[in-house]
Design a binder for this molecule. Structure first.
Ligand code: MN
Length: 235
């Protein structure tokens, strides 16, 4: 009974936090029991770059499975149930493999949905973000080449990231499996402002093994307005 009450209370607190923050920011403030956020657009909105079937399966089944498994794993560890997702990620090195994988999977996918938009709807990088990209990488073109190269080079399943490091500079990073740059175990740490899922489940239906084709098409659905907002927030 106490446990039930506790779960209800943390659920209410998480709901209160959700009312203030939005999207992936709200997800970072969630406590157990975790929930998958709705897609901020229709499943077919990213056609032709990402097909509706892939989006539906990826969001409704894969992301849901990370959340279900996160809730199952955390039920074994009552001490962690009142902690936010952000707090869990910050001590990923101390978590069981199941908690680490599924907490990462929940955050990574929540961010991924939020930094995508229908073709033509994502806008352009803000003046500030464009200037930072030029300063760090030379040009938008060379940034895209470097990011694509990093994403292509992820061996097996993983993610590519654009992050704001502790010194405020932009950096490209990659992580294996469902790790991310918020985890203390990440080789390059920082605040992610752009995320790219290169697991085969993100592209296999349309692109089969052709990850480079998926990456080339993916740029057409980047939500630069949201990436720019995140850049402002992270600095
Ligand atoms: Mn995925």
């Amino acid at each position: 009974m106490m446990l039930l009450r506790h779960l209800c209370l943390t659920g209410l607190l998480a709901t209160a936090a959700l009312a203030q923050a939005k999207g992936v920011d709200a997800v970072l403030q969630q406590h157990a029991p975790y929930a998958v956020p709705a897609l901020p657009y229709a499943a077919d909105a990213l056609e032709p770059a990402i097909d509706a079937a892939t989006m539906g399966i990826h969001h409704d089944r894969h992301h849901q499975a990370y959340v279900d498994n996160l809730n199952k794993a955390i039920a074994q560890d009552p001490a962690l149930q009142s902690q936010t997702l952000r707090a869990l990620l910050a001590k990923a090195d101390a978590l069981s493999p199941a908690l680490r994988t599924n907490a990462g999977g929940h955050y990574n996918h929540s961010l991924f949905w939020s930094v995508l938009a229908a073709p033509g709807q994502g806008g352009q990088p803000s003046v500030e973000l464009a200037a930072a990209i030029e300063k760090q990488f030379g040009s938008m073109e060379t940034f895209k080449e470097a990011f694509t190269k990093a994403a292509t080079g992820v061996f097996g399943s993983g993610w590519a990231w654009l992050i704001v490091g502790a010194d405020g500079s932009l950096q490209i990073a990659t992580t294996p499996n469902q790790d991310n740059p918020l985890m203390p175990t990440a080789p390059t740490r920082g605040q992610p402002i752009l995320a790219l899922d290169v697991w085969e489940h993100a592209y296999y239906l349309r692109y089969q093994n052709r990850r480079p084709d998926y990456l080339a098409a993916w740029w057409s659905v980047v939500n630069w307005k949201e990436v720019s907002r995140r850049f402002d927030q992270a600095r």
